[in-house]
Design a binder for this molecule. Sequence first.
Ligand code: ARG
Length: 570
Amino acid sequence: MINYKNEISKLISDSININIDNITGFIEIPNDSNLGDYAFPCFRLAKELKMPPQKIAEQILENMKYDKELIDNIEIVGGYLNFFINKETFIRESIKEFDKKRENYGSSDLGKGKNIVIDYSSPNIAKPFHIGHLRSTVIGGSLYKIYKFLGYNSIGFNFLGDWGVQFGKVMAGISLWKDEYKFIPGEEINTILDIYVRFSKEEKENPEMTKLAKSWLKKLEEHDEETYKTWEWIRKISLENFQKTYKLLNSNFDVYHGEAYYNDKMQGVIDELKSKNLLEESEGAQVVNLDAYNMPPCIIITSAGTSIYATRDLASLEDRAKTYDFEKALYVVGNEQQLHFKQIFKVFELMGYEKYAKRCEHIPFGLVVDKNGKKIGSRTGNSVVLEDIINEAIDKVKNIILEKNPEIENIDETARKIGVGAIIFNDLNNSRIKDEIFDWDMMLNFNGETGPYIQYMYVRTKSILDKAEYIPNIEDMNMNKLLDKESINIIKDIYSFNDVVVEAANKNEPSIISRYVLDIAKNYSIFYNNNRILSDDEETTSARLYLTYMVNIVIKNATSLLGMEMPDKM
Ligand code: ARG
């Protein structure tokens, strides 16, 4: 594929006697294509050349010898050099490139042989899998797929919160009230949740309850047989329950090493910290002092003599580095844990793992809020259990479809794809650090910037191709039938797909792909509204069908990177 930025950068540096590394980085893509396909702002060289931008532009243009096959025309406007590429070449080369890969278009082997450990979702067991975990699950799931598409070996890591004081609460609650509750097979998780909620409530009024919870945790930590069995049982049914949500959302994990997995691996970390003189005593606890880095101390062993979250995370990080020799380790976790990760990465560096510590990155994200900006999930009374919410989306979609198209086949499957797709797209639609607005009307609007809108455009391409019984073939295709502006805009999108995926990976930002797929869907919609695809003109029809075919695949591939599935009909 022609790399236009590189080609233009070469042309520029060959035209002036100056050695600058980053010309490629300065090249822009004008918003208005009347100003060219690429533009070079000459003021970037003004300091170096001691000339006004306009002069620089003139001089470069005067010396520049360019191939008409590549560049059609160059204009000078306001100190910019505007490059108009040769559209025939562009279309031909882009289509040929697409045709080589077809279903795999956009993928690459950039990351071949490199491991990326992605810690995401990682819910706490014995607590509800609630809407707060949606974002980590969806953002992490998308990053997992993006890296895979670029040839990396993604390792989906679920660091289940399967140890800690919440177990003490549930077990204490069970011991107190088990005769009052029914444990219905398949629905035990709800009972456990009820007990947890009741315990937490009563605890607020009665501090004795906290003591009781701690005593149960202690029994668990001492591996009291009965208690440990109960823990295993709670873990098992929680996990079974999470799997239902993961299945709905299409989430993949390669490893489920929860906090409990590190129970017998923490001593190693503690010994290492000791031998490196990193541990000091503070108010009865063992901590790593981080004053020098403007952070509060990282507690390793509490004054009660127990390990904590940080200790487990360190043990897990060491294990990840040793097992995977990772290129990157990502932690897709809410913004409120920022300090925790800064501390962990710093302590890990101080332990001597500088190389790996530098490869760790916390990937934070904003809250889920309602349309008034109020956080969802904070005791609103509404159901915030993730599985219920997803099922609600599916039901709502089903009703919408039944109204529009009652005869549709496979309605359940279609409603699932659209409902889940709407939730996923809504989550990934804006940069992750922004709060996500969770509003049914907004995310289920088939004409908005939504998942259903994208799916609708996809279905449109599919039904056109099906109707024409299209078999893609570029052999005798007259590509010059795609020289109109609307087609070229679409081909430009197609041309940039892989770059977009790379950028999304570099910034760990799936929204770059969401915005991209919205853009191509909109461009196709404009094209579709203004042109007939199937007509008597065979050459035009066949070129437009190929264009439609490319859009079909690119939407499918791009949305699959977000974790969305495309319905066949809707
Ligand atoms: N279980 C934690 C929570 O729900 C998230 C864990 C994130 N991963 C990690 N390695 N600390 O808040």
